[in-house]
Design a binder for this molecule. Structure first.
Ligand code: 13P
Length: 281
């Protein structure tokens, strides 16, 4: 199978398969995700949120993936997640990211389309995949205020595809970022309508809180990439916290991080199996 990301995701859309994207922050969680993906012989997407790219630089994030590619059995795709900045997308493209998300979903449609078009034009010659977003992914903080109008409208999805031509599209269909007090209600009918209107691979955000059967149903309806973040960093932080609480004075990072890697690896493997149930033995 091809390793070109856009081609791979188009093939996945046709075959009702799905690539897992994990939000990573450093070499320890990246190490854990790589080991889990190796166990199941799967490629994956390593996604950096803008603060991670800002802290480590897009240049070093690229080098970090290049290093881990040497121990990965399959391709690791480096992705910039939820960038609201066109300039940051351009910097990531210049530094060799495989994929960038320009998130104009908080703006009006015309602005979202204009931002997406600018990134698509910049990315094309570099062969970088561009993800756009229509509708809103709910969650905490500012996202908690999206009580209405968060669902992606079919006509908006068609408009951004026709006018800005992104490679893949994230669609707001009721999922939420992070742990939520109530289970998100996923609007499968809307997903069905969107998938019938465009052939682009569709992306589902908020992977932490989605039950396994809903993940699998969404894949049959056109979801070709699922983003998973909170479960990774919360497992990481909880493990660090419990380890250093035992005896802070003798806490030695390589010993602690070895435990963190193993805990995160287990959680990531579990999510990979939810996305690929046929691999469960
Ligand atoms: P969760 O944090 O809910 O897993 O969502 C991650 C995400 O959608 C990143 O784009």
């Amino acid at each position: 199978m091809t390793t070109n990301l856009t081609e791979l995701l188009n093939q996945y859309r046709k075959d009702s398969r799905c690539l897992a994207g994990f939000n990573i922050n450093d070499i320890y969680d990246l190490h854990a995700v790589t080991l889990a993906a190796n166990e199941l012989d799967l490629p994956f997407m390593a996604m950096t949120y803008p603060p991670v790219a800002a802290l480590n630089t897009t240049y070093l994030c690229r080098k970090m993936i290049d290093g881990f590619q040497n121990i990965a059995k399959n391709k690791i795709y480096l992705h910039l997640d939820h960038s609201t900045s066109v300039d940051l997308c351009k910097r990531a493209i210049d530094d060799g990211y495989d994929s960038v998300m320009i998130d104009g979903s908080h703006f009006d449609l015309a602005t979202n389309i204009a931002m997406t078009r600018e990134v698509v034009n910049y990315a094309r010659s570099a062969g970088v995949t561009v993800e756009a977003e229509i509708g809103k992914i709910m969650g905490r903080g500012v996202e908690a205020k999206f009580e209405r109008d968060f669902l992606a409208s079919v006509s908006d999805v068609v408009a951004i595809c026709e006018e800005a031509n992104p490679d893949i599209v994230a669609v707001g269909i009721g999922t939420a970022h992070g742990f939520t007090s109530t289970q998100p209600k996923i609007h499968f009918d809307r997903l069905r309508e969107i998938a019938a209107s465009i052939s682009h691979p569709l992306v589902l955000h908020g992977g932490t809180g989605i039950p396994d059967e809903d993940i699998q149903k969404a894949i049959t309806l056109g979801i070709s990439k699922i983003n998973i973040g909170t479960i990774v960093h919360s497992t990481y932080m909880n493990c660090v916290h419990s380890e250093i609480s035992k005896d802070i004075d003798s806490a030695y990072p390589p010993v602690i991080m070895k435990n963190v890697i193993s805990k995160v690896q287990g959680v990531v493997k579990d999510r990979l199996l939810a996305i690929n149930p046929h691999l469960a033995s």
